[in-house]
Ligand binder design. Structure first.
Ligand code: SF4
Ligand code: FES
Length: 373
């Protein structure tokens, strides 16, 4: 049964695709929106108004690097004035003290800083620029100014063996929460998958270290660990269900149910042409995979169909070319062999290639010197 859910809880406002970093697992599209094509400040104010009308409670300002937008303080102030909980998702490059103080005065509620590793050499290699020291400085500033600090660490083959040291760094920075998120293989990450997918042995070690750290940090830091779905039997209910809880608006104004849907052959819905309420409730894009009516077998007759909702449409499309198929991660999927082959390669003796960060902001798979000793 396909019902229109209540309004989305969260808006992810991707203000820009521009970013000083060039991570090999970047969730930006392969084709980036030019800065000249970005929504204006007034456009974003209207999007925030419409989001609040729709029932959105949380507004996440992201990118690319949202601090590259000159109007970030104005947009935070606007969202805050609407009563939205505001979160800045940042690499922390550009979070100077004056900027941070202005954001605090504008009502910013929370800051999430991405870190790549626990130490500068690996961190800077993974980020593609010298940034580690600035990140540490910014994380300390976030705490000093009284914000809750979340650290986000994308885990992959190149940094997962350092998870113990990463957690020590998290402890030193007194983060309130750390998200240890294994890479999701879409877009750039899919193209660099061979170099990023960890081995089973690496994962087992990481999970053990994380369990121990969770005990040690109990009451001080929430430790969230997201397993890589390639090693799962069943897929995740991606985004809590298509068009169900979250809404993404990209730099050019296209709205999406998730970060990767721009790759799907579905009609666009742009906030400069339509009201966000119509986009959410009625657009062909947001209604395409809502609920369970769209499902083919084996999902259609599966007892887990309301649990994982057939998994991720973007993963199905990127791996099979058909967005309506069961997510290949599922052991019941006729396409599970695609996942098994990638996992087998990640566990072979030969070892994988290593990701590159050239050209900037367009990471591609070109061998560079090994990153982890
Ligand atoms: Fe989920 Fe579909 Fe697999 Fe069933 S067949 S577990 S509904 S993905
Ligand atoms: Fe798009 Fe999962 S990332 S549905």
């Amino acid at each position: 049964m396909t019902e229109t859910p209540d309004g989305p809880l969260g808006l992810l406002a991707e203000l820009t695709h521009a970013c000083p970093l060039s991570c090999a697992y970047c969730s930006n599209p392969l084709e980036l929106t030019k800065r000249s094509a970005e929504l204006t400040t007034d456009d974003w104010r209207r999007v925030l108004d419409e989001a609040a009308d729709l029932g959105v409670l949380q507004s996440h300002f992201s990118g690319g690097e949202p601090l590259l937008r000159r109007d970030i303080v104005d947009l935070v102030a606007h969202a805050s004035g609407l009563g939205l909980y505001t979160n800045l998702v940042t690499s922390a490059i550009g979070l100077s003290r004056p900027r941070a103080e202005a954001l605090r005065d504008a009502g910013l509620d929370h800051v999430q800083v991405s870190i790549q590793a626990d130490e500068p050499v690996l961190s800077d290699q993974l980020a593609g620029i010298s940034s580690f020291d600035k990140k540490m400085e910014a994380a300390r500033l976030v705490k000093e100014l009284g914000w809750p600090l979340t650290l986000n660490v994308v885990l992959h083959r190149q940094n997962i063996d350092r998870i113990g040291a990463i957690l020590e760094r998290v402890e030193e920075l007194q983060a309130d929460r750390v998200e240890l998120a294994n890479t999701q293989y879409y877009g750039w990450a899919l193209r660099n998958r061979e170099a990023l997918l960890p081995s089973r042995e690496q994962l087992e070690r990481a999970e053990q270290v994380t369990r121990e750290a969770r005990e040690r940090l109990r009451g001080r830091t929430d430790v969230i660990y997201v397993i890589p779905d390639y090693y799962s039997r069943y897929p995740k209910p991606c985004m809590g269900g298509w068009g169900s809880r979250q809404l993404v608006v990209g730099p050019e104004g296209n709205a999406w149910p998730c970060l990767s849907a721009h790759e799907l052959p579905l009609p666009r819905a742009n906030v400069t042409e339509h009201d966000l309420g119509w986009i959410w409730r009625s657009s062909p894009l947001f209604t395409a995979f809502r609920g369970t009516d769209w499902m083919p077998d084996p999902c259609r007759s599966c007892e887990r169909r309301e649990v994982d909702l057939g998994g991720c449409r973007c993963q199905a499309f990127q791996l099979t070319g058909d967005m309506t198929r069961t997510d290949p991660v599922c052991v019941l999927s006729p396409d599970r062999g695609i996942i098994d082959a990638a996992v087998e390669a990640a566990n072979s003796d030969e070892g994988p290639a290593v990701p590159s960060h050239e050209p900037a902001r367009e990471p591609v798979l070109v061998p560079v010197p090994a990153l982890v000793s």
